[in-house]
Design a protein around this ligand. Structure first.
Ligand SMILES: C[S@@+](CC[C@H](N)C(=O)[O-])C[C@H]1O[C@@H](n2cnc3c(N)ncnc32)[C@H](O)[C@@H]1O
Length: 293
């Protein structure tokens, strides 16, 4: 049972004034992946709820980016946690991350490196592999109402990466595609992040933040190794959170939605049963007429 001090601490947390910047709240536990010069989190003011990570080591970051060292120091002074050597494709196994969940996992401008023209099919496939593996790793670190955000260019050839299709392979569904404007994140400098011009910005053009959630129902029925009861419970819980957030109606009303869902599920099952019976009947009649010998 939780003691009194637990509730008092909880009260202090809840009474802390929420700060928001675009899609993010100071109440969210946030993981930033694939950071360049570690400037994105500066827009947040207090960063005690943020873990910012890079693939590159500390030494590489301060060598690659002229503001790397000062940005890291500033981030630390804002209370942020910093991790280096985090591979976005297998971060769920990282020793500092494997026991943690994050409400928002953010990868801004994923990119596998500069190896020629961006419309080269082989290079596009490299970028796609990176993003797909990132999805596969990040989804293991989400709580029930967590979201994965990827900010990406939406014009050709970047649209060919098909983020939404890649995400769906991991039962992740795009719930929103919000226009990204860098001026909404004061202090953030987008970086190429690789090659001799790694510290230079790249042209942004039209970009969006793609937001994904995990469908536990699809996870459940797509895989054999998942505890079905647990996953369905999580799906129902997620539905309740979305229902309350989107409609503003009380949680009791969600029971009506579940009742309706139950009604439609039963109708669907009855419909499918009827179809199976019809099929059996047809096969039986064709056998009788000698079609299957
Ligand atoms: C175009 S840069 C974007 C940097 C930064 N997110 C920004 O918005 O300025 C692409 C970033 O992806 C990182 N990256 C590439 N492969 C990665 C991987 N497997 N795991 C984590 N980061 C990776 C690079 O180190 C680089 O920082």
């Amino acid at each position: 049972m939780a003691d009194k001090s637990h509730f008092e601490n909880q009260k202090v947390i809840n009474e802390e004034e929420e700060k928001r910047i675009e899609h993010y709240s100071s109440y969210h536990q946030i993981l930033l992946v694939g950071e360049g010069d570690f400037s994105f989190s500066h827009s947040f003011g207090n960063a005690s709820n943020i873990v910012a990570s890079s693939l590159r080591s500390y030494d590489e970051v301060i060598k690659m980016y002229k503001n790397g060292q000062s940005n890291l120091e500033k981030l630390k002074s804002l209370g942020g946690s910093i991790l280096h050597g985090v591979d976005a494709t297998k971060m769920q196994r990282h020793c500092d991350l494997r026991t943690r969940n994050f409400d928002r996992i953010i990868y801004n401008f994923p990119h596998a490196g500069f190896y020629g023209s961006e419309d080269n099919n082989h290079l596009i496939q490299m970028h796609r592999n990176l993003v797909e593996s990132f999805f596969g790793s990040a989804k293991r670190m989400l709580p029930v109402d967590g979201q994965i955000h990827v900010t990406h260019k939406t014009t050709p050839p970047y649209d060919l990466w098909d983020l939404v299709g890649l995400a769906s392979k991991h039962s992740l569904f795009c719930i929103e595609c919000a226009e990204f404007k860098i001026e909404n994140y004061p202090g953030h400098n987008n970086k190429r992040g690789a090659g001799s011009k790694c510290d230079e910005p790249f042209h942004l053009g039209e970009c969006s933040t793609f937001k994904f959630i995990l469908s536990y129902i699809q996870e459940t029925f797509g895989r054999e190794d998942v505890d079905v009861e647990f996953s369905v419970r999580q799906a129902i819980q997620r539905g309740a959170l979305m229902f309350i957030a989107e409609t503003g109606r009380p949680s009791e009303d969600y029971l009506k939605v579940l009742d309706e869902l139950h009604f439609w599920s039963r109708s669907r099952i009855l419909g499918l049963k009827q179809k199976l019976q019809d099929l059996d009947q047809r096969v039986f009649e064709q056998q009788r007429m000698g079609y299957y010998l």
